[in-house]
Design a binder for this molecule. Sequence first.
Ligand code: ARG
Length: 470
Amino acid sequence: MAQLWGGRFTKETNKLASDFNASISFDKRFYEQDIKGSIAHVMMLRKQGILLDEEKKEIIAGLESILRDVESGKLEITNKFEDIHSFVEANLIERIGESGKKLHTGRSRNDQVALDMKLYIRSEVLALEGLVLELMRELLDIMKHHTETIMPGFTHMQKAQPTTLAHYMGAYFEMFKRDHSRLQDIYKRMNTCPLGAGALAGTTYPLDRKYTAELLGFDGPTLNSLDSVSDRDYLIELMSALSTMMMHLSRFCEEIILWNSNEYQFIELDDSYSTGSSIMPQKKNPDIAELIRGKTGRVYGALISILTTMKGLPLAYNKDMQEDKELVFDAIDTAKGCLVLFAGMLSTTKFCTERMEASCLSGFINATDAADYLVNNGVAFRDAHEIVGRLVLYCIDKEIGLEDMSLEEFKEISPVFEEDIYEAISLKTCVNKRKTIGAPGPAAMNRVIELYTEYLEEFHSFDRYSVKTY
Ligand code: ARG
């Protein structure tokens, strides 16, 4: 295996040890970050008079040709090298000769890998933000169409009070809005440039770290070189944010699986996002939703792994930190895939709105409103609760709903009831009367929809999702 550090060794590395040590099989994914980071480093070295103009030009042209050749498939990143850093440097020297050997001046692989990872993660965070926004757009679209679609709301999986499909989708919109803002926070906090920290203690060259940081779109350089090469907090934060986001997707999938079941029939998943059974011809299974729910565990696993990897590490760089990559890459790929699949599944789902509303007719979902009716007519809430409890008991016995009782029956339990009770406990009234902000009443809901539209518009006009910052 080609290495950058042969000088002080008299023996070959054991083959298994060298394979065990190598990271190229997975860090090859940031060849672009490695090359772009090197170009910025070289520009800074030239600005500081550490490289000659000729050397800078040769190195940059060499690095750009490597990038082009990797991208066109002409140059294959093989496991012959220890890591992506060695691969790029060795190729550069092969292409341009002597000046290529100057690339690593004032740099260590420790600050180099810290930079590459940050550049990679930064663009992945933007991609994730964009995908979360796509899903939020989908949810908002459903909300706009369903402010009057009545459905049951549940507590303890028991029908509780009526709500609307817009309100229900709005709950998930809120969750993904928090996920989106968590991603933005991570980006802001991590956006400092570690290059120039060297192996751990900076370098003796007069580097202009502020300039390198600017070239790479960072807010500025990191301020402690020991921390710069050993900080992986942003990965832990990202794994935590993605775990939370996956938990939201998983809860949503759980509802979709229930709603798609024969018992609920609140929705019908599209054929394009369902699968069949090899034995039961009638089956149309919600496998995509189940898989997203299942993959949540994988992302949690990445969070626990990285926390565990980091917990015992003394300052500064330790090779344990190489373990940050595979699991973080996997978690990001998983989360991105799930976001895309989920948005596609949701956008093709048919909502069985009549069935949703019909489901509100059983389960005494308007009992709270019957109690509120009594309160509005002078009965204390605790007494009203007791009276309606008796009504429910009566109805269970007769196998009817509250709205099926005659006025005489109502009056027998409380003389306060009058003809207007029917209007007061109609599903429409139950929903419309919940007018406070955050409640399902269509007036309140429309106000929230306006706010959500503004939120999404703010990010729509923001070009960070399509533009590379380096
Ligand atoms: N492959 C290493 C990693 O992923 C790169 C840094 C190597 N540094 C070193 N001192 N061996 O962490």
